[in-house]
Design a protein around this ligand. Structure first.
Ligand code: ADP
Length: 258
């Protein structure tokens, strides 16, 4: 049995979490845009031990055609866990959990994608979880958001996602596996952020128990975390544009030499 499956005696020791984080601290995050050649937009993202990849295709023709909407684009989102992404091999293919995550994630993106600009077309978002460690749906939402920008899909803002958990009676930002498994609550959020400001909540789920006051505090904690992630999403996109700019400079310089 792995250490993950055994309940630790305490989740908070001397005011710090088991991985040394403060209550309001995110796990380390790494984001890289445009990692796949065949997708219109893509992103690789790590959030702690979560490793996910997002690929966006579209706007493109809808297949099967009867799914076409003459007034707007259809948004499709598929969350999938690789069989090797969790401790015990996961059976490949969709299950109830992945269908539910795909549905709520799709609805979060429907709130931001300017679908009316692309009638009769489809915008397909695929997210693959390569390694999961709690909060994989939040990591996937963050990656998908960057991949959509990378694909040039017009959006009203960014979707940025983070969860708040409750461990040993304390609210904790971005819970990892032990806190998710053995904590008292888990509350994933996704926010619509425009020009650096949180405009609305696009996804909110919860399991476990929180008081009304804790819910209020959890929202504030999640907002604080989301604004930090938003900056990292922006930086990943900007880095990509700078790289493309440099590649273009090299090409033009080459032209001048010729
Ligand atoms: P999220 O990953 O968004 O937090 P859950 O709360 O449902 O979603 O899952 C928490 C964690 O439990 C996952 O990140 C993963 O590490 C683990 N997990 C989920 N599904 C499975 C599964 N079928 N087999 C083994 N572990 C799983």
């Amino acid at each position: 049995m792995s250490e993950f499956n055994e309940k630790p005696e305490r989740l908070i020791v001397d005011g710090l979490r088991l991985d040394g984080r403060k209550f309001d601290e995110l796990r380390p995050i790494k984001i890289e845009a445009s990692v796949l050649k065949r997708a219109d937009g893509s992103c690789y993202l790590e959030m702690g031990k979560n490793k996910v990849i997002a690929a966006v295709f579209g706007p493109r023709e809808v297949h099967p055609r009867h799914l076409q909407d003459p007034s707007k684009a259809v948004v499709r989102y598929r969350y999938n866990m690789a069989p090797f992404s969790v401790e015990e091999r996961k059976r490949p293919g969709p299950d109830r959990r992945s269908v539910e995550i795909s549905k709520v994630s799709k609805e979060a993106f429907e709130a931001v994608i300017m679908k009316e600009l692309f009638p009769r077309s489809a915008i397909d978002i695929f997210v693959e979880v390569l390694q999961a460690d709690a909060g994989s749906r939040t990591a996937c939402l963050n990656a998908a958001s960057v991949a959509l920008v990378d694909a040039g899909v017009p959006m009203k803002g960014m979707i940025t996602s983070v969860a708040v958990g409750k461990a040993d009676g304390h609210l904790v930002l971005d819970p990892m596996k032990e806190e998710d498994n053995f904590g008292e609550a888990d509350m994933p959020f996704a926010f619509l952020i425009r020009n650096g400001k949180i405009e609305s909540i696009a996804l909110l789920q919860m399991d476990g128990r929180m008081t009304k006051e804790e819910v209020r505090q959890a929202i504030e904690l999640a907002k604080k975390g989301a604004l930090q992630i938003y900056q990292m999403q922006r930086e990943a996109i900007l880095r990509r544009y700078i790289e493309v700019g440099e590649e273009m400079d090299e090409i033009t310089e080459g032209d001048e030499d010729a």
